[in-house]
Design a protein around this ligand. Sequence first.
Ligand code: ATP
Ligand code: MG
Length: 262
Amino acid sequence: MMANALLSLKGINKSFGPIDVLHDINLDIRAGEVLCLLGDNGAGKSTVIRLLSGVHRPSSGVIEIDGQPVSFKSPRDASEAGIATVHQFGGTFPLMSIGRSFFVGVEPTKGIGLFKIFDRKRANAIAVQAVQSFGITRITDGDRLVGGLSGGERQALAIARAVHFGARVLILDEPTAALGVKQAAHVLRIVNEAKRRGLAVIFITHQVMHAMAVGDHFAVLIRGGIAADFRKGERTREEITDLMAGGETMAGLEAQIEAESA
Ligand SMILES: Nc1ncnc2c1ncn2[C@@H]1O[C@H](COP(=O)(O)OP(=O)(O)OP(=O)(O)O)[C@@H](O)[C@H]1O
Ligand SMILES: [Mg+2]
């Protein structure tokens, strides 16, 4: 039997004025699983993420955590509920040191009273240890500036930080889009590690191979609705690719391009 959902979307609709962007989104996200949220440009993936991260509010429908309805008035509410969102470039602070950036915005009341007065050495040690625990052993100096890290390293830092401060849901909106093959593979390994530690991960990507490498559960958005919701192994790579292209077959698209150029 499958575990209960950690996070659920129930009948979510979202409009911006007259523009309906999401309709009737139902999704269950479980601890220790990676949900790949797929779909073509403009399908509504980032809008789903913005609802879950407290940036926007649903027009109707409910978000539940552990079966209890929640309502996020701000990104802070979502992060206090354990939902961490990591953006493409890690979203951290390029001009800060690794150690300093790790503790930005963390209130001393959250059980780290030691940092009421910022203790550089200790912060550096904790940050470096957290990043290394995700396999990034090249980072050894917490005084290095975040801006000097590679894209994959910044992602690793942001993910390690979220996990360290107790996130239960990790949301990654196209983390591998700007990365080379090796760095992307490393981010995928980190996604697996977060899953192994029991987080629920929501992973958005346009790269079907990346999705298939880490996904346990897949949901495909087409024009703001869930067009398919399936588990690992239930669809072939070709079927997933066609769904990601908005339901058109790649063969169909190729024929169309050929006809146009003839
Ligand atoms: N604040 C807004 N006001 C009006 N329309 C919006 C707003 N935010 C998003 N949209 C529209 O909602 C649709 C879905 O956008 P969204 O950013 O969620 O797509 P996406 O699936 O993340 O696409 P991509 O793969 O290109 O990132 C788009 O047509 C977009 O123009
Ligand atoms: Mg997007």
